[in-house]
Design a protein around this ligand. Structure first.
Ligand code: SF4
Length: 170
């Protein structure tokens, strides 16, 4: 079962607006200077069981503080070991809460994604891709740690993510 290392039901840092953020456990990219080494192990944190999933869905649907959407980070949500759970969760959010957006951070580049990983793309609004590169470290780019990372948007006209030229606050 997928594990998670962090859960923030009211997050204003990871993506736009007020969000629910899930940091899954497990990453094999081993980026030098990783800000989140404690999430490399697939067994870090706690199991993302049904209870955790139900809590996340309830927080996302909470009307007292309206959430704009869900942020999936880690660790790497697109690692093959995490992918089945992440796919299921994203599909459920799309189905049950279609007005929420879904942002996802991964260490893979879009071009590297295999057929299974690509199944997640139509479920996302935004993918931030690429490993953290210490030598390209920047704090100028919103929601990215290094300048090689891209903010990829799902276009209005298609279901695939396209290279976004719409960078925020640069
Ligand atoms: S992809 Fe992210 S979590 Fe994984 S090693 Fe790189 S910076 Fe750390």
């Amino acid at each position: 079962m997928m594990h998670y290392s962090g859960y923030y039901p009211l997050d204003v840092v990871n993506g736009p607006g007020v969000r629910v953020s899930l940091f899954v456990s497990g990453c094999s990219h081993a980026c030098e200077g990783c800000y989140n080494r404690s999430t490399w192990s697939f067994k870090a944190g706690q199991p993302f069981d049904l209870l955790a999933e139900e809590r996340l869905m309830a927080d996302l649907a909470d009307q007292r503080v309206v959430r704009q959407g869900l942020s999936l980070s880690g660790g790497d949500p697109l690692h093959p070991r995490n992918l089945p759970s992440v796919l299921r969760l994203a599909a459920r959010v799309r189905r049950e809460l279609p007005d929420k957006d879904i942002w996802c951070w991964t260490g893979y580049r879009l071009e590297e994604l295999n057929a299974e990983q690509q199944q997640l793309l139509p479920l996302l609004d935004v993918l931030i891709d690429g490993r953290f590169e210490q030598r390209l470290k920047t704090n100028r780019l919103a929601w990215r740690g290094s300048s090689n990372q891209r903010l990829l948007y799902r276009t209005e006209f298609g279901t695939q993510l396209a290279c976004g030229l719409h960078h925020h606050s640069e």
